[in-house]
Design a protein around this ligand. Structure first.
Ligand code: GLA
Length: 399
């Protein structure tokens, strides 16, 4: 329990706890920073932070997992000071300050079970948990949508990953047994029920720590922007990739040199798949949904070139297993995890087959996590999370 650890590490006193989940993206990768569509779900793997206000302008934290302490003064947060996991609380405090929010100090202990560096957004989970803890100790009321953008800013400016908004949105706005359809241009969301009696979400971890992901990711982002500028010359009215249909793309694909053409092809087709996938999920057409997951993986492998041998292997084995609706890599790629939707009665056989098959080829046992679509970040022992009370828009939650 991080609460007990807080007392051990920082002495007796009040304890508040916040939890923030990781996420799995069911379909729609490398579309968020292109203003496109995504369909992630928050999962029941989470980061928990036990915290209390310190009454000073200092943040002292202990990572119970790494048994490592970090401390910094809120008066002088500098980007280059940030190291390891501490760059997340620092980045979030810095991003809140950059948005002109006064941030108060705290003592905190964090602990998590989101696999790190596996493409399940352990970083968004830490950012969001820290952000909510800071909001609580600083008496800040910030709408969840805004908080997601602040966490994204922390990642962009302090961690140096030019990520989109998907992970932070899923972590803050995900709901139990639902996927979150998000339009990354308008930031409109729609919850799509995902009944685990029909299919279980099974995550297969290559256990390959992602290498050079920031630079490769940022490069893909630049390529997408370059390709978009070329296409926009032909269609000045389009604002983002989601306004470019597949026929529009094909009409001018020849203008795009390699690899720009492939990158744009992925983004344009992936957007169409996400829209269709959300439609099918609403109709509980899991077979149709799974086929789109398969197509998404092929596009990420062939056109976007962010898969790798281990991910392809896992997805290949998964697709041959009985009761699998579909499977694909999930998240940024370059290692990390694949996700499959599996008929509940087939999960045990699926797990055995995937583990054996992957180990036989690579010598490493994959991680297999059967997860459930879960509630976005919540406080555990406060009556009302500070940030849910001031939402004035129509999308306000009623709980
Ligand atoms: C990472 C980023 C997200 C998104 C995915 C790819 O998880 O943090 O914003 O771009 O990669 O879909």
């Amino acid at each position: 329990m991080p609460g007990q650890k807080l007392i051990e590490a920082f002495g007796a006193g009040p304890v508040s706890v916040v939890r923030a989940p990781g996420r799995v993206n069911l379909i729609g990768d490398h579309t968020d920073y292109n203003g496109g569509y995504v369909l992630p779900a928050a999962v029941d793997r989470e980061v928990r932070i036990a915290f209390r206000p310190s009454g000073d302008a200092r943040v002292e934290m202990l990572s119970a997992d790494f048994d490592e302490r970090a401390a910094f003064d809120l008066g002088g947060i500098a980007r280059d000071q940030a190291q390891g996991w501490a760059k997340y609380p620092m980045g979030v405090a810095g991003a809140l300050q950059a948005e002109k929010y006064p941030v108060a100090g705290m003592r905190a202990v964090l602990r998590g079970n989101v696999p790190i560096g596996a493409g399940l957004s352990s970083s968004a989970a830490i950012e969001v948990a820290c952000a909510l803890a800071f909001c609580s100790v600083s008496g800040l009321k910030i709408r969840r949508e805004k908080l997601a953008r602040i966490c994204q800013r922390a990642e962009n400016e302090f961690v140096g990953m030019q990520c989109g908004i998907m992970d932070q949105y899923a972590c803050l706005l995900g709901r139990k047994d639902c996927a979150l359809f998000l339009d990354c241009t308008t930031l409109e969301t729609e919850l799509v029920p995902l009944d685990e009696r029909g299919a279980k979400i099974v995550i297969c971890d290559t256990r390959l720590k992602r290498q050079l992901v920031n630079s490769a990711y940022n490069r893909r982002r630049e390529e997408c922007e370059e390709a978009f500028m070329v296409l926009k010359r032909h269609f000045p009215q389009v604002k983002s990739y989601k306004d470019i249909s597949i026929p529009m793309f094909h009409a001018y694909a020849h203008d795009l040199p390699d690899p720009l053409g492939k990158r744009a092809q992925h983004v344009v087709t992936e957007n169409a798949r996400v829209v269709q996938a959300a439609r099918l999920l609403k109709k509980v057409d899991l077979i149709g949904f799974g086929a789109l997951m398969d197509a998404s993986h092929d596009s990420l492998r062939n056109d976007f070139e962010v898969s790798c041998r281990e991910l392809d292997l896992l997805v290949g084995i998964a697709r041959e297993s009985e009761g699998v609706f579909g499977g694909r890599m999930t998240g940024a790629g370059f290692g990390g995890c694949a996700v499959a939707l599996v008929r509940p009665d087939c999960v045990a056989a699926f797990t055995a087959k995937t583990s054996e098959g992957y180990k036989a080829e690579t010598g490493t046992a994959p991680g297999i996590y059967v997860v459930r679509a879960s509630e976005g970040a919540t406080f555990e022992n406060e009556e009302q999370p500070t940030d849910r009370s001031d939402r004035s828009d129509q999308s306000d939650r009623t709980d």
